[in-house]
Design a protein around this ligand. Structure first.
Ligand code: PBG
Length: 332
């Protein structure tokens, strides 16, 4: 809502910008630690922190280190952590069976976190790419990413995660019908309180590059993901996807990537009012970190500003690799 100010000099907008106290008093949006979800990469081993070159400051962690990160998140007041696996090469197959194994990295990490830090919400990713020999989110049959067969596999994957104790399932695959299929399978299996945060408005973006390095899917990917992710040029299509996912039983929805898509965040929140999250993705993180490391931008400032802007755009929260750093800064 805007109101037209009285003409100058009655209205001097700078009056309320004069001091910190006045500026704080009229600040419209706030960023807090409870707005953050922290994405974390999991790998095999013990005591391992394996740095990801395209994401300075981010590493793939062995499960013991993930549990330590979870404890740190809880301590900082971050409500949720989101797990992404870096699967051993031998377990990446065309049939992707590892994706629904109760003993896969994600499911073991969920159980380990829940044993040590039960109060922290654990979110997962549902898509086949970390397990797929060809790096795609779905099964590939004769060069085509097949929808319905993939949905059946994603349901098995989500059920295994729910069984392991996940609080929030995050289908990021963009197959049609997966939210409804997952929701009814969860109900039937007695997991009626497991929530779904749908990657509803997920665009076919160039900003996912460093993430694909992190989960080891980048060099494997054959072709691109344009037959299932949304064209970055399309607003109405993104809103249709959000409407559909909410109808099918998503509890929360996501817009992804974040910073170049704030208009979509605003439109989703205004139109549906549902809990709306943005994913400040790996490429956005890499971009800000690279500039900060070169001394071209003030890292802390742009980190805080970029996250606050998601709140202004209507988001209820943000998945960000900056989560622990922001939380520590906000607490200081
Ligand atoms: C894929 C998935 C991707 C991300 C989260 N889940 C990448 C993709 O769609 O290729 C990207 C997250 C990021 O870039 O930080 N299932």
């Amino acid at each position: 809502m805007t109101r037209s100010p009285a003409p100058f000099p009655a209205a001097r907008m700078r009056r309320l910008r004069r001091t910190n106290a006045l500026r704080d008093m009229v600040q419209e949006h706030q960023l807090g630690t409870t707005d953050l979800i922290w994405p974390v990469f999991v790998r095999e081993g013990t005591g391992v922190e394996d740095p990801i070159p395209s994401m300075p400051g981010v590493a793939r962690l062995s499960i013991d280190k993930v549990v330590a990160a979870a404890a740190r998140a809880a301590d900082l007041g971050i409500p949720a952590i989101c797990l992404f696996p870096y699967t051993d090469a031998a377990l990446r197959t065309e049939a992707c069976e590892e994706a629904w194994s109760p003993e896969n990295l994600t499911n073991r990490a969920i159980r380990a976190i829940k044993a040590e830090v039960p109060e922290l919400a654990v979110m997962t990713d549902i898509a086949l790419d970390p397990y797929n020999a060809n790096g795609h989110d779905g099964f590939v049959v004769e060069g085509e990413i097949v929808n319905d067969e993939t949905v059946a596999a994603l349901v098995k994957m989500g059920l295994a995660q729910a069984e392991a104790g996940a609080d929030i399932l995050g289908p990021s695959d963009m197959m049609d019908g997966r939210i409804g299929a997952l929701r009814s399978a969860l109900e039937a299996a007695g997991h009626r309180d497991v929530t779904i945060l749908s990657y509803a408005a997920k665009f076919a973006s160039g900003f996912y590059g460093p993430f694909r390095d992190a989960v080891g899917a980048g060099t494997r990917l054959v072709g691109d993901k344009k037959t299932y992710q949304i064209n970055p040029a399309n607003t109405a299509e993104a809103l249709t996807c959000v409407a559909r996912d909410l109808d099918e039983g998503a509890d929360m929805v996501m817009v992804k990537p974040g910073m170049p898509y704030l208009d979509i965040c605003r439109a989703v929140k205004d139109r549906f009012g549902a809990p709306t999250f943005a994913y400040q993705v790996s490429g956005e993180y890499a971009m800000l970190m690279a500039a900060a490391q070169n001394g071209w931008l003030d890292g802390d400032k742009v980190m805080l500003e970029s996250l606050l802007c998601f709140k202004r755009a209507g988001c209820d929260g943000v998945l960000s690799y900056f989560a622990p750093r922001v939380a520590a800064l906000l607490r200081a």
